[in-house]
Design a protein around this ligand. Sequence first.
Ligand code: SAH
Length: 343
Amino acid sequence: MKDIKSFNIEELKTEMKEIGEPSFRAEQIFSWLHEKKVNSFEDMSNLSKDLRTKLSKNYEITALSEVRSLKSEDGTVKFLYKLKDGQVIESVLMSYKHGHSICVSSQVGCRMGCVFCASTIDGLVRNLTPSELLEQVYEAERSCNVNISNIVIMGSGEPMDNYDNVIKFIRLISDEHGKNISVRNITLSTCGLVPGIQRLADEGLPVTLALSLHAPNDELRKTIMPVAKAFSVAEIMKACDDYFKKTSRRVTFEYSMIDGVNDTTACAEELARLIKGKNCHVNLIPVNKIKERSFSRSKDDNISKFKNTLEKNRINVTIRRSMGTDIDAACGQLRRSFMEEGN
Ligand code: SAH
């Protein structure tokens, strides 16, 4: 069975040709799937009964089944979804004054091995398909009856390690005949796979790039992020500069603050030297404690000192508001606790 929700309109037209249908059916089906978000061929009421039967014999419509959802005091909702093959992923819906934003996972598990992250502990299981990425958005909208306007590809997984499916997802979700989200409202977060950043810069998609830096030099970065052995900070900076030149999108550097590891004033000064003068933004994230590791979050005092050092160098910096920590909202934690219950 073919995954019909992962097809764009051009591909659907080819499919229609193959099954002997006129090409305008492609637009109709696309709109049912991506605009009206139906999950059954039966609901596609402007298609003949014969066509609906034909479609259901050849194609499947990807759907996620919600196994759990948790609502935080701050309104954040964390969803745990089961996929067709029984794998479980998580997504987080965050509500702000200016609208609703969703954090989607791009893979089941992750193979990047960052030492402070819960998603990577059991390695990579598999990539998510474009339709599984889309359904995280659609299902959250259905279930909370909201219109999502911002997407951050910042959940479990490394999007650059599932490049083609992630790009397809971005093109589908921003298609004017579908959900039509502005590409400018999409942020992709990467641990720094340089070839992926270079490719993304040439896609013609003005996605906001968030770069998980977490350390100002290779030596320290290698101790917390194995990917640092493959790509140096210098190579990453060059790729980010080029990304900005080509897309005019200001790059965000994410910096998870771990007590006693990367939060010293010396680190802040080194980071300031590294990025001073760049059109960028730094997001400081007090690390979320995961029980499998002994790291703890930086002390508030050290976080403000770090921030001040950057600000003195006229670097744009914010401290990420922790949302939903009461519901295990940090990367991969809810999925892990669910699996540990023997599911
Ligand atoms: N693989 C991508 C996206 C997923 S992780 C990336 O590395 O960017 C999203 C962000 O959360 C990354 O910056 C990641 O380093 C950070 N992160 C992971 N675990 C965390 C934790 N326990 N506390 C704080 N930030 C964490």
